[in-house]
Design a protein around this ligand. Sequence first.
Ligand code: G1P
Ligand code: ZN
Length: 542
Amino acid sequence: MVPEVVQCPVRPFDGQRPGTSGLRKKTSVFRQPGYLEAYVQASFDAMGGIAGRTMVLGGDGRFFALEAAQTILRMAAANGATRAIVGQGALLSTPAASHLIRLRGADFGIVLSASHNPGGPDGDFGVKLNLANGGPAPEAVTEAIHARSRTVDSYRTLDSGDIDLSATGTTTLGQMTVEVVDPVADYADLMAGLFDFDAIRALFAGGFRIRFDAMNAITGPYATEILERRLGAAPGSVVNAVPLPDFGGLHPDPNPTWAAELIALMEAPGAPDFAAASDGDGDRHMILGPALYVSPSDSFAVLAANAHLAPAYAGGLKGVARSMPTSSAADRVASALGIECHETPTGWKFFGNLLDAGRATLCGEESFGAGSDHVREKDGLWAVLLWLNILAVRGEGVAAILDDHWRRFGRTWYSRHDYEALPQEVADAVIAGLRGQLATLRGHKTAGLTVTAADDFSYVDPVDGSVSMGQGLRVCLSGEARFVLRLSGTGTEGATLRLYLERHDTSAGGDVQTALSSVAAAAEEIAGIRRITGRPAPDVVT
Ligand code: G1P
Ligand code: ZN
């Protein structure tokens, strides 16, 4: 018997505005009766309905994802979707979901994740919508979802129970076909086609030691399959390899603060040759060598400079793109290669058009994100594999490769200081204070530096002409230095201020915070973050 379609009344909820990366809220907010349903119906409506469409569905396995997946499947069937392709156990990393959408010609995908934010009943949950190109819905769509969420008064669902997502296979839900697929296989095949797996296999066979920390999140099964089974890294190289609903209490954000154990391992004698970590949904990466942390902006620049060593990029790059707050290290590589370099607002959704139009092959963000035109998301394991491919071909370690890069291009000193969970009005006051000075800052001297330009970044998409304003306050300083200040669009508690510091010179060695001390002093004198917030220091430094 085909289950009945039912129309359930629901009230609109405030604040269903997708941020930098989907709608992210406390899990308890998502679990309110009707909250998820109202948002999903608003998303379906904002896409012009989903009748006859194919959906990809998965996520990072966090608490509430299985329940949410069943709800979304019933709603998709009731809204007329003809097919749902679901990762087994409702699991799919963000890049694997992007790939599956493209591989299967699906119309859209939903990824259940709050990325690197902690999970569990007291943690965070999130819903990300990707379109047919495999990339995050662009602003026009996310704004349409928000507009619809304010008026939605009912949702369509099926009067039916849960279906089995624990085993692969095909079944039906109402009129919709549900295909439960292995979340790893297609993605692993994609990686095998991009990189020189023989060279990487030979590297491991020669005794090269790696540690990959999956942080109890989604990349465990992917990394185990690819690094250990297909490439022959020693068993046990992948740690925290089983995705857990609460990430085992870890904060699955691959940075020196939250991956402290991995950092300690790499600082200790006998450290492996290479280490990496990924985040909740598998799109971020952190790279480490023995006693060496590679800043994400540098990692991206090194990948751009050496990508041609991997088969997929042997023909060269069409261009690169980076988010505005990301350091200019990649720009220097682009200029040496004679290729286009684009500067976009923060968030992967701004790279989609450039990738689709063939204007960029590699994209990167300072927030531990890099990726290429193989999918339309950033991709943590892809970055790790490209590093391994480069290490294998060059026959050098991480330190030698970085040193050589700095000697060739100079060093772009870079750091981000985050002030988290501030009262919204305090964070707003800091932003308003700096914004109010932008027009008159030019020529201002402080901490031995002179302001050369100051503005509020806005972006005109070169492909479709769309304009995005208010994307971060930039203050350029003499000595190839600058600082940028913006509010996070992914937090769920109060407001987070991000201060990005950068300075370029020709030296190679030294301590990053010391090298940036004059830029930090200038930022404090001008923007007064510590003065206004009363916080003596940032909460997270990367
Ligand atoms: C943060 C990062 C940004 C990234 C996003 C999603 O957004 O800064 O680069 O794209 O997470 O991973 P933010 O909180 O700064 O808005
Ligand atoms: Zn993520």
